[in-house]
Write a protein that binds this ligand. Structure first.
Ligand SMILES: [Zn+2]
Length: 341
């Protein structure tokens, strides 16, 4: 072998050695990955811990559960919220829309200081912040579908890791409700202030397929009188019950914007809460010593309708299409944190 040949051989051996140096870790990583991968038909190990996405995993939240504050990462919290806030049987794209809305709502609360001061960032009371459900409780309710449903919800959170709904580059107040009356409601008609991204938009939920979409609530006249007078002491309910509620102003879907109750003008949303009706889209009938309300939909009607999102997903819309439909003029993007301001 000539000198040149020996050098070439040495170079070739070195090249193999160098290549091996770089490739070996790769090979072992790949085989490690293969070993870890669960075969498609194998039953999923129960209580396999949820691994949050990179962005959600980096955000730690103080979550108030009853009297105790628990720290957890944003992804883990969101899985608990989606379990509680949307039926797990819903389409994957609807669940993703729910995950992004819940993430956005949470980050909005964080940025604005939230409702719990120094105690916590957010709570698990659905009437205050967002509902939250632990995995064990959810699994009990889901029965045989528990593995499938838990996976769907975890995927919805992980597949949208860090993604939020933005208006003017900031996370929006991403409120949502169960089912609209076919049209969502502008925030300003329900609460004190208007928000540019919470406007009325058409919502495609199909009432006949939704449990209790049309509900009927009957009160004795005495009960209506007592509920109304404790909230609106200036109301005059001394006359004929047929004249207690008058001059209702409605939107195109029939939700009440304002109505006079015993001569006092209130918002439909206010009367809804006084009487505990499922929505502010209702009509009434005076019966024999009773007042009967016929209600359409469920919830305040502002922002994303969950059953509307489900219908859009069924018809092929992506979660991004669902969200940009329900929240007017928004964009979707990664949460950059306060430092990006
Ligand atoms: Zn709260």
């Amino acid at each position: 072998m000539s000198g040149k040949g020996r050098i070439r051989q040495t170079l070739a051996v070195s090249a193999v050695l160098v290549a091996a140096l770089f490739l070996l870790p790769l090979v072992s990583a790949v085989s490690f990955h293969w070993e870890r991968k669960t075969p498609p038909d194998a039953p999923r190990e129960e209580a396999e811990p949820f691994v949050s996405g990179v962005r959600d995993g980096a955000e730690t939240l103080r979550v108030l559960k009853g009297d105790t504050v628990e720290e957890m990462d944003l992804g883990t919290y969101l899985v608990g919220v989606v379990r509680a806030e949307m039926p797990a049987s819903f389409e994957p794209e609807a669940l993703k829309a729910q995950a992004v809305a819940a993430r956005t709502y949470t980050l909005y609360q964080l940025r604005s200081g939230g409702r719990h001061g120094d105690t916590a960032d957010i709570c698990t009371d659905p009437t205050c912040c967002q509902a939250y459900q632990e995995e064990a409780a959810a699994r009990q309710g889901w029965g045989d579908a528990a593995d499938e449903y838990e996976q769907k919800i975890e995927s919805a959170v992980r597949d949208t890791d860090g993604e939020v709904i933005l208006y003017d580059d900031a996370p929006i107040l991403a409120v949502f409700h169960s089912a609209s009356a076919g049209l969502t409601r502008p925030a300003g008609k329900v609460w004190s202030g208007d928000l540019p991204y919470l406007q009325a938009v058409a919502s495609p939920e199909e009432g006949d397929a939704i449990p209790n979409y049309y509900s009927r609530t009957e009160f004795s006249l005495e009960e209506v009188r007592s509920r109304v007078l404790s909230a609106l002491p200036e109301a005059d309910l001394s006359g004929d019950a047929a004249e207690w509620l008058q001059n209702d102003v409605r939107d195109a879907a029939g939700s009440i914007e304002t109505v006079e109750v015993g001569g006092v003008a209130v918002r439909g949303s206010r009367l809804r809460s006084i009487l505990g009706l499922r929505s502010a889209c209702f009509t009434w009938e005076v019966g024999e010593d009773t007042l009967i309300f016929f209600v359409t939909g469920y919830g305040h009607g502002v922002g994303m309708s969950q059953y509307g999102a489900q219908q859009m997903a069924r018809e092929g819309s992506s979660y991004r299409e669902i969200l940009t439909h329900y929240y007017t003029g928004v964009t979707l993007g990664p949460w950059e944190g306060d430092g990006a301001e």
